[in-house]
Design a protein around this ligand. Structure first.
Ligand code: VGL
Ligand code: ZN
Length: 204
C-alpha cells in the first residue's frame, strides 16, 4: 500500500510568497496528476503562530537566512511565513486538495520548528503520522512538494528511519538552496537509501 505525501504546497513557498522557493508552483500540476494513483493522500501544512522562534523577526539584530543556536541545535532564521490563518499559509489555489485524507500541521509550537512530517526539530516530539500510516498498512511513501532541502528532506530521512520504503518524486519537488543545501540534501537522502523516481513511472 502506498501513500502520497504532499509537503507544504502553500502560498508563502510559491511565487511572491514570503519564503519563495524558486519555481515552487511548478510542482502543482505534477502532484495533481498523481493524486488518483494512491491508497492514502497526506498533506503537510507549515503552521506557525506569529512570533515563532524560527522567524528572524523574533531575534534582535538577526536577518533572514542567518542562523542561531537553540537547545535542539542550529536553526536557520526565516522571513515570517505560513502564519496560522493567513493567506500565505493556505494551500496553492490550484492544488487539488479534495482527496487529501489527513493534513499534518507542523511548527505550531512557538519555541520549536518542525521541518519533518514525523518529528519536530528536536528529533523527539512525534507528529503521530507514523502510527496513522502503519495502522493503515502503508509500506511505501512517495514524497512531493516544497522545499527539497528542508521539509522534504527531513520527511524523507525520518520516513526511512520509521521503516517505510521512501521514494522521492524528482519532478514534483523544488528546493530553496542556501549555500549548497540542495546538493547536500540530495546526497544525504541518497545515502540514507531513498529511491529517486519521476511522476511518469508511478502507476495506479
Ligand atoms: C520550510 C523553511 C521553513 C519548508 C518550512 O517547507 O521546507 N522551510 N519552514
Ligand atoms: Zn516554517
Amino acid at each position: 500500500m502506498k501513500a502520497l505525501i504532499i509537503v507544504d504546497v502553500q502560498n508563502d513557498f510559491c511565487e511572491d510568497g514570503a519564503l519563495e522557493v524558486p519555481n515552487g508552483s511548478s510542482v502543482v500540476p505534477v502532484i495533481n496528476k498523481l493524486i488518483d494513483r494512491f491508497d492514502a493522500i497526506i498533506q503537510t501544512q507549515d503552521w506557525h503562530p506569529s512570533g515563532h522562534h524560527s522567524f528572524a523577526s523574533s531575534h534582535d539584530g538577526k536577518s533572514p537566512y542567518e542562523t542561531v543556536e537553540l537547545d535542539y541545535g542550529t536553526q536557520v532564521l526565516w522571513p515570517d511565513h505560513c502564519v496560522q490563518g493567513t493567506n500565505g499559509a493556505d494551500f496553492h489555489k490550484e492544488l487539488q486538495t479534495d482527496k487529501s485524507q489527513v493534513i499534518i500541521r507542523k511548527g505550531f509550537r512557538a519555541p520549536i520548528d518542525s521541518y519533518s512530517t514525523f518529528y519536530e526539530n528536536d528529533q523527539k516530539t512525534k507528529t503521530g503520522l507514523t502510527g496513522y500510516l502503519k495502522d493503515r498498512g502503508i509500506t511505501d511513501l512517495y514524497v512531493t512538494g516544497l522545499a527539497t532541502d528542508f521539509c522534504v528532506k527531513w520527511s524523507v530521512l525520518d520516513g526511512i528511519k520509521e521503516g517505510f520504503n521512501v521514494h522521492i518524486v524528482e519532478d514534483a519537488v523544488r528546493g530553496i538552496d542556501l549555500e549548497g543545501s540542495l546538493d547536500e540534501a540530495w546526497k544525504e537522502m541518497k545515502e540514507a537509501g531513498v529511491t529517486v523516481t519521476t511522476s511518469d513511472k508511478i502507476s495506479g
